[in-house]
Design a protein around this ligand. Structure first.
Ligand code: NAD
Ligand code: WQD
Length: 337
């Protein structure tokens, strides 16, 4: 396998994955409509890897546009990051989420098939487990009820991919269920760059630390967890990116349909993350306890042993690395890209 089509490659996880793909000797071509990203991320990637990033501003719902890219750049596999991902926004705009995430993926699958590229890695999410039946969560844990349209798109797309692979076993499909990616490349030049008020914990913390926001709201301290705040499996985005390179190896070997959790297997509470961030970076993060956020669960962390066994992949970075690298990016880029 030589060249990879990377959809959504200008985004947070996509940009970090490009670096790891280059490191592992892959070529790639990026398509992104830049609805939640900035071309600057690709210039920064180019600096890190020492060569230009082939990029097309194409929407994955644009069949002709996608086809042209694949006519020009024949690809052996696709890593499919493109999608809308804000949980709250998806509740307000369900149509846009179904149309973009599901509609876009259907167009992508069609165009890949026409170009005889039947290898794809899909960005799924731990959100498909809903309120998990068992902790730590293995891939056998039944999928749960998603409380928002964003989660539904991931869950439904997983089903669609399963049906497609069943009907045509030439497809090799890896569904990667990410836990909570945070952190940034060690150079501090690429990182998470949310538009507007961050929805997620780490970008909110870094924006408070850099003085852009007054204080962090901790959403509930009465959960059934050791300190009462929500527990999650935070994973360094560079570890996550490396997981995609490992998944390409199993795709290449003809894996059929495979599902892997990408997490560390460790849970940290909101207060654990704040304390680690303050300790490793020596900056203040004022916070106050707020009511629970609707749709949140108490605890969610992975059992990542299947990925270790079958992909030979294991997260290397710890919570302090994640906090240090997230801060370095925010400090170097107080206004983002
Ligand atoms: P991101 O928003 O930074 O990246 C997604 C990219 O897709 C953006 O650059 C956006 O411009 C692009 N995009 C969206 N719709 C498009 C379309 N129709 N055509 C072309 N490009 C389009 O998000 P991310 O955090 O890098 O997430 C990447 C993928 O991983 C997403 O599918 C997301 O749902 C999934 N995921 C993310 C997390 C997380 O916490 N960040 C967790 C689990 C799964
Ligand atoms: C983590 C913890 C919050 C913000 C979401 C999506 C999930 C996946 C990853 C894409 C929780 C608490 C947060 C804040 C807080 N994305 N928190 N104050 O909710 O685990 O997962 O992102 O697939 O689908 O739902 O991540 O970072 O939003 O929250 O106290 O300002 O931090 O309550 O306990 P979450 P998160």
């Amino acid at each position: 396998m030589k060249r990879i089509l990377v959809t959504g490659g200008a985004g947070y996880i996509g940009s970090h994955t490009l670096v790891e793909l280059a490191e592992a000797g892959y070529d790639f071509v990026v398509v992104d409509n830049l609805c939640n990203s900035n071309k600057e991320s690709l210039h920064r990637v180019a600096k890190i890897i020492g060569r230009e990033v082939p990029f097309f501003k194409v929407d994955i719902r644009d069949k002709d546009g996608l086809s042209k890219v694949l006519d020009e750049y024949s690809c052996d596999a696709c890593i499919h990051f493109a999608g809308l991902k804000a949980v709250g926004e998806s509740v307000a705009k369900p149509y846009e989420y179904y149309e973009n995430n599901i509609g876009g993926t259907l167009v992508l699958i069609d165009v890949l098939k026409q170009h005889n590229c039947k290898n794809i890695i899909f960005s799924s999410s731990a959100t498909v487990y809903g309120n998990p039946a068992v902790i730590p969560i293995t891939e056998e844990c039944p999928k749960g009820k998603c409380t928002n349209p964003y989660g539904q798109t991931k869950s439904m797309l997983e089903e669609i991919f399963m049906d497609i692979q069943k009907a045509d076993p030439q497809w090799n499909i890896v569904l990667l269920r990410y836990f909570n990616p945070i952190g940034a490349h060690k150079s501090g030049t690429i990182g998470e760059n949310p538009n507007g008020i961050p929805n997620n914990l780490m970008p909110y913390i870094t924006q408070v630390a850099v003085g852009k926001r007054k204080e962090l709201g901790v959403f509930g301290n009465d959960y059934d967890t050791p300190d009462g705040t929500g527990v999650r499996d935070y994973i360094h985005v560079v570890d996550l990116a490396k997981g995609h390179v490992c998944a390409l190896h199993v795709l290449q070997n003809g894996c059929g349909l495979s599902i892997y959790n990408l997490g560390t297997g460790r849970g940290y509470s909101v207060l654990d993350v704040i304390n680690a961030f303050v300790k490793v970076n020596g900056v203040d993060v004022p916070y106050s306890i707020k009511p629970r956020r609707e749709g949140d669960i108490a605890t969610c962390y992975s059992d990542p042993t299947k990925a270790e066994r079958e992909l030979g992949w294991k997260a290397q970075f710890g919570i302090e690395d994640m906090c240090r690298d997230a801060w370095l990016f925010q400090k170097n880029n107080p206004e983002g890209y």
